[in-house]
Ligand binder design. Structure first.
Ligand SMILES: [Ca+2]
Ligand SMILES: [Ca+2]
Ligand SMILES: [Ca+2]
Length: 212
């Protein structure tokens, strides 16, 4: 009987110890996980903003050379220049157009070839011809760090909503983000917009460039 009682106490003690350990671990996770989550989310924000700044600088280089900002409709504004590529399916057109125009020459734009992880093609379309710098036919767009294609509104397209393909089966609509005074960010230049961590356009976590 005595042994039996001792055994019960030993088992009970082990269970209590186990519970304490579980409680401590749960407490640690509750403290640490949101921090780790927060760090990775802010890293993604930084990555996305860096990409947008780079595209913005590409836009300025392009504008210095051509006298206008890259179009968001895959059409050359100069009537004598005729696009060699196919017309678009109406999805991701703004950002596809930006990639296309920045990729025409290194002097006029930016070689985006090293953005491998961010070059996506969620609407699975193609140009029909190779882009000069990227040397690929698929009509790629640039995604933010959460995998949603960025929206690019050109100078004359800031009041036009765009259809963005989240993936092959889901599309959403993006509108240029407005400042508190009701004017759009990037007025007179153009705007880049990320849907942010919630992957929904038009919510508070959206990232915009330029910031004025
Ligand atoms: Ca498209
Ligand atoms: Ca595409
Ligand atoms: Ca959002």
């Amino acid at each position: 009987m005595a042994d039996h009682g001792h055994g019960d106490r030993a088992r009970g003690f082990t269970l209590i110890e186990l519970l304490i350990v579980i409680t401590i671990l749960a407490g640690l996770m509750a403290v640490l996980l949101p921090n780790l989550w927060g760090v990775s989310e802010s890293t993604k924000e930084t990555t996305t903003e860096t990409t947008m700044l780079r595209l913005e600088s590409g836009c300025r280089t392009f504008a210095d050379k051509h006298g206008y900002f890259p179009p968001d409709d895959l059409r050359w504004p100069e009537p004598e220049k005729k696009a060699q590529w196919k017309s678009d399916n109406g999805q991701n057109t703004g950002i596809e157009s930006l990639v296309c125009f920045l990729s025409q020459s290194r002097q006029d734009g930016q070689d985006l070839g090293d953005l491998t992880n961010q070059l996506v093609n969620t609407d699975k379309d193609d140009h029909g011809v190779d882009l000069p710098l990227l040397k690929r036919k698929d009509r790629v767009e640039i995604a933010d760090a959460w995998g949603t294609p960025l929206a690019y509104f050109g100078k004359f397209g800031l009041d036009r909503q765009q259809t963005i393909a989240i993936d092959e089966n889901e599309t959403t609509v993006a509108k240029a983000k407005k400042r508190d005074d009701g004017r759009v960010f990037g007025e007179g230049r153009g705007q880049l917009l990320s849907a942010g961590r919630d992957r929904i356009f038009g919510t508070a976590d959206d990232l915009v460039s330029p910031k004025n």
